[in-house]
Design a protein around this ligand. Structure first.
Ligand code: HAS
Length: 556
């Protein structure tokens, strides 16, 4: 499909700006592993403090990159599969709000006025511009969502009896979850954090703010994940050389995320005293429920990949794994997606450990948790973003991929890096190593009375992983920028790979209609969150004073 010049330019900007910022995000990630391993014993390096760097790392990599990509990929999926571009004014407004918001938040963090990490929990307090910037980024992404709804409705009127394309279903599910969950964080920011940071109110209920954050925060992880699930279901079987094993399974998996992505946020608050055990138990059960769509995905993808391997000549039980096109530089997207899937096996299993309230008591707030989430958000999510950003860049510009061999090995190098990093972090976590702590100042400083030799090996593994990830990340950025500024070798005709389905399945109308799922979503959210909110309002109160993370003295 040939997109208009202005639409292409906006999408390219939304892909390239966060990849440019990623250079800072990756560097700060490497610095985290260096501080933690005790290679340096400083509270700041190169003009950036530990918590400022951790905030830059989390906000750029986990909020800015993911949101920009979800919007850009959403534009591409909706326009390509519905064969019509969204309203350009809305596309432009969305981009302006997101870029403006990002610049505002970046200023506050770089000026050292918002070292509050990506979760911006009170009592850590940021400059009002940080909260406003975050709010604008979110509102910008809503505008993109609103620009797709009329496109879908027009298409639906013309095709009342045809299943909507899978990528459209996934995109709309994702942004519906996003819209619902961001309402809570918008409320937290506008009603509590912003007035508190402006000095208009002094009392703020910390557990309530945390609950509003996690209402958003766990659904956020599926907002990160679903673009990759769209790539797995719609594109991976085709580029592997096979077919999608079951489209109905894919539809069911995507729709289940509507039901269960939001009402599980309390699993981040299992240690919170102001929430009763019944509420925690209900949300733990729902958390086990949210693994079901991922198990469906695991089986559907394994079956689809096995089919592809057998078509490529595999005969014995497991030989299909060897036949897949791992190092084909003209089919590099396969490498990014398969590496993401492989990491997600471990990311998913460690998530199931966290979901159990009693095991969470062992791992909560230890290095285990970043070990888990680097195999999810820095696994299928990040690799899907890198692979698809390169693919879209190539197709939107017609440019040849620069440094194609580097681009092909990036995901494999990244996987090795993550395996070192996450294994080190998780082993350390099981031995009590705290997360979000500059260990080099105390526990990994041999001169300090708190020196803890048991964490030397685990943090050394993590820093080795950090170095490999840094090299892989920069190899990608060079390849991406080389492609962006390279010469066109083909016309800019945009296509996305679309897998055929292996079995002819009958159409299930409920899998092609959002209404019953959205109704069920609202009911489950109310059942899960009304008792949780009642607990937190009954058992906690306000009066918290603000803090800076590096200083135990209250700010005012
Ligand atoms: Fe999580 C904490 C539970 C998934 C991200 N999680 C976090 C945090 C982040 C995060 C960022 O219950 C930290 C937040 C903070 O800063 O405090 N998580 C889960 C569960 C799942 C899960 C049950 N998490 C994710 C995903 C994330 C993510 C996805 C990002 C994208 N998580 C938790 C809990 C905590 C938590 C607690 C709080 C911990 C605490 O105490 O603080 C599930 O959704 C996972 C289901 C996944 C599976 C895996 C399916 C496998 C697939 C691959 C198949 C591979 C094939 C390849 C077919 C069941 C699909 C085969 C081919 C070959 C060639 C071999």
């Amino acid at each position: 499909m040939k997109f208009s010049y202005k639409f292409r330019m906006i999408v390219l900007l939304e892909l390239a700006l966060p990849i440019f910022l990623l250079s800072v995000g990756l560097f700060e990630g490497l610095m985290q592993t260096i501080y933690r391993s005790g290679l340096i014993h400083q509270s700041s390096a190169m003009g950036t403090s530990y918590y400022q760097g951790l905030t830059l790392h989390g906000v750029i990599n986990a909020i800015v990159l993911t949101t920009f990509f979800a919007v850009a990929f959403g534009h591409l999926c909706m326009a390509y599969f519905l064969q019509k571009e969204p309203n350009f004014r809305l596309v432009l407004l969305s981009a302006v709000l997101m870029i403006g918001g990002t610049l505002m938040a970046a200023w506050a963090i770089l000026a050292g006025k918002a070292s509050v990490l990506y979760t911006f929990y009170p009592p850590l307090m940021a400059h009002p511009i940080f909260y406003l910037g975050a709010a604008l980024l979110i509102v910008g992404s809503w505008v993109a969502y609103f620009s797709w709804i009329p496109l879908y409705l027009q298409w639906r009127r013309k095709h009342p009896d045809t299943n909507m394309p899978l990528a459209v279903l996934g995109t709309l599910v994702n942004f519906t979850v996003w819209f619902v969950c961001t309402l809570a964080v918008a409320y937290e920011v506008l009603v509590f954090l912003l007035p508190w940071s402006l000095g208009w109110i002094h009392d703020i209920n910390i557990p309530l703010c945390r609950m509003l954050f996690w209402f958003f925060g766990h659904a956020l992880v599926y907002f990160w994940l679903l673009p990759s699930y769209i790539m797995f279901y719609v594109m991976l079987p085709k580029i592997a050389g096979g077919k999608l094993y079951s489209a109905n399974a894919a539809r069911l998996a995507l729709l289940l995320f509507l039901l269960l992505s939001v009402p599980v946020g309390v699993h981040h608050q299992f240690s919170e005293p102001g929430i009763t055990r019944t509420v925690k138990w209900i949300q733990a059960i729902l958390t086990f429920g949210i693994t079901i769509p991922s198990f469906i995905t695991a089986f559907t993808m394994a079956a689809s990949l096995e089919y592809a391997g057998r078509k490529r000549g595999a005969r014995s039980l497991f030989s299909w794994m060897r036949k897949l096109p791992y190092f084909d530089k003209d089919n590099y997207l396969f490498g990014y997606l398969i590496c993401g899937l492989i990491l997600f096996i471990f990311g998913g299993l460690t998530g199931i450990v966290n979901a159990s309230a009693n095991l969470s008591a062992i791992v909560h707030n230890t290095a285990w948790v970043p070990g888990h989430f680097h195999m999810t958000v820095a696994g299928p999510v990040f690799l899907g973003i890198l692979g698809m950003s390169m693919y879209a860049l190539e197709k939107l510009t017609g440019n040849a991929v620069a440094l194609p061999r580097w681009n092909t090995i990036v995901p494999y190098l990244w996987v090795i890096g993550i395996l070192f990093f996450s294994t080190g972090m998780m082993l350390g976590g099981l031995h009590g190593e705290p997360r979000r702590t500059n260990l080099g100042l105390t526990y990994l400083n041999p001169q300090h009375p708190l020196y803890h030799s048991a964490w030397v090996m685990t943090t050394t593994m993590a820093v080795m992983g950090g170095v490999l990830m840094f090299i892989a990340g920069f190899a990608y950025i060079f390849s991406f920028m080389g492609t962006l500024f390279g010469k066109a070798v083909a016309p800019a005709i945009f296509t996305l790979p679309e897998s055929e389905v292996l079995h002819q399945e009958s159409r299930i109308p409920a899998f092609d209609n959002f209404k019953p799922w959205i109704a069920a979503m609202i009911v489950i959210i109310l059942l899960a969150y009304v008792p949780a909110l009642m607990d937190v309002l009954r058992l906690t109160n306000g009066n918290a004073v603000p803090f800076d993370p590096a200083n135990p003295i209250p700010l005012r």
